[in-house]
Design a protein around this ligand. Structure first.
Ligand code: SF4
Length: 433
């Protein structure tokens, strides 16, 4: 039996690029969960053209909301040729009845404990419409993801690894808690080390956890165990990492180069509405200074156009990010992903403009409260341009600091990433107007 696993690209301009940031670890895990007699291949459309003529028995496609429309197109194409298709990932998990219109089966939630049944049922010609997790799977004895299936030389960070699932918090805009449940599960540290040891070129590692600092006791154990490996690593963490000096020092000692941190907003009112109680705006400066003083760079996440934001949000946010010399940052607008509390509240208020999921990558898909959609779109573009202007990069990075060259490369990457994304968005708006 042949199984083809596919990662769709969010938009046309992202298809078949020379290099993408990182591979899809989730599908490499699905491949590892597949019985060994099945011949598995993996196509990431971000870096490889999908071969619709390829001989295959079953196709598995993962979908986020931003890739859902493309995932459905791919699924429809294979099904028209008589190939059975299974859809999974966060979007089909949130909207299984929508996804099943384009698939023979939908997997809701994590694959462990389900995927083996999907393959068994397919072989026995009794594929069910919906496969759903009853319990959150344990992270004990997970197989090692099939990294051998990743295209060679196609990723900046090939060595991605997951050490936890879920997040102890439940921010209204975030799909992590709705997908992984209200749990925070950690893998045994010795199994993580075994997986790292099995990696090629393991000097630079990207922990793809949603919050690596969710359980300080576990994070300290992990960071302590990493020290002898002399790695460099990056991860997402909540601001809480800076409240624990020992944890921060261990992160630095174990090779943490950059932390990706969701500051989200400078408005306490917005934080209150989004339920992000761990963030305290008055403490942001202290958080940033502490992380920087440990020699760790910061990639900040901000959301513009929340309900308390008026037109001052653009200047205020970019000036803060520049003043604090954040090494890099992303500036998004609220996106009501299905399955989140934000989606429910905006939908109930009739403020969602479109459910064309392909627009969820970069268009403004909801009605903001204190400004027009056009103002928000223009303001967001201005913030990106301003933050990634050459003088701004220069002022933030300076010339005498650690990791100067990689940080400049990262900034130049985001500078061109946004231009590309904005151009695609402008073009799609032209088509829709
Ligand atoms: S802290 Fe981050 S990962 Fe956790 S729920 Fe909030 S946004 Fe999601």
């Amino acid at each position: 039996m042949k199984l083809e696993l596919i990662v769709p690209a969010a938009q046309e301009s992202f298809r078949n690029r020379k290099k993408a940031p990182g591979p899809h670890l989730g599908l490499a895990m699905v491949a590892a969960l597949t019985p060994p007699e099945v011949e598995v291949s993996l196509t990431d459309e971000n870096v490889t053209v999908i071969d619709f003529q390829k001989e295959t028995d079953l196709v598995g496609i993962t979908a986020l909301t931003i890739t859902a429309k493309r995932a459905y197109e791919i699924a429809d194409t294979f099904r028209a040729k008589g190939v059975k298709v299974v859809l999974g990932g966060s979007h089909p998990s949130a909207l299984p009845e929508e996804a099943i219109q384009h698939a023979d089966a939908v997997v809701i939630g994590e694959a462990e404990g389900i995927w083996e049944n999907v393959i068994g049922d397919f072989k026995a010609n009794r594929l069910q419409r919906i496969y759903s997790q009853c319990e959150r799977p344990s992270l004990l004895d997970l197989p090692i993801p099939r990294r051998d299936l990743f295209a060679d030389g196609a990723y900046y960070f090939r060595n991605t690894i997951s050490t936890t699932r879920g997040c102890p918090y439940a921010c209204s805009f975030c799909s992590v808690t709705s997908f992984f449940g209200n749990t925070y599960r950690c893998r045994p540290v010795e199994e993580i080390l075994k997986e790292i040891e099995a990696m090629d070129h393991k000097k630079l590692i990207w922990f793809v956890d949603d919050n690596i600092a969710g359980k300080p006791k576990f994070a300290k154990e992990l960071f302590s165990a990493l020290i002898p490996y002399k790695l460099k690593w990056a991860a997402q963490a909540s601001v809480t990492i800076a409240r624990d000096d020992e944890l921060l020092k261990l992160a630095a000692a174990s090779g943490c180069v950059i932390l990706l941190i969701g500051f989200e907003t400078l408005s306490p009112g917005n934080l209150e509405v989004m339920g992000k109680k761990v963030n305290v705006v008055d403490k942001y400066e202290m958080v940033i200074r502490k992380i920087h003083s440990n020699g760790i760079a910061i990639h900040g996440f901000f959301i513009l156009g929340l309900d308390e934001d008026d037109e001052y949000v653009f200047g205020d946010t970019v000036r803060f990010a520049q003043k604090m010399k954040l090494e890099s940052a992303q500036f998004a607008c609220p996106v009501p992903y299905p399955g989140t509390a934000l989606y429910e509240s905006l939908d109930n208020a009739g403020r969602i403009i479109t459910k064309d999921w392909s627009q969820y990558e970069s268009s403004i898909v909801f009605e903001p409260k204190l400004m027009s959609r056009e103002t928000l779109q223009k303001g967001r573009s201005w913030v990106w341009r301003e933050f990634y202007s050459i003088p701004s990069i220069w002022r933030r990075l300076g010339i005498t600091r650690r990791y100067l060259v990689p940080l400049w490369i990262l900034n130049l990457y985001y500078r061109s990433f946004w231009r590309r994304k904005f151009r695609a968005n402008r073009d799609s708006n032209k088509v829709n107007s």
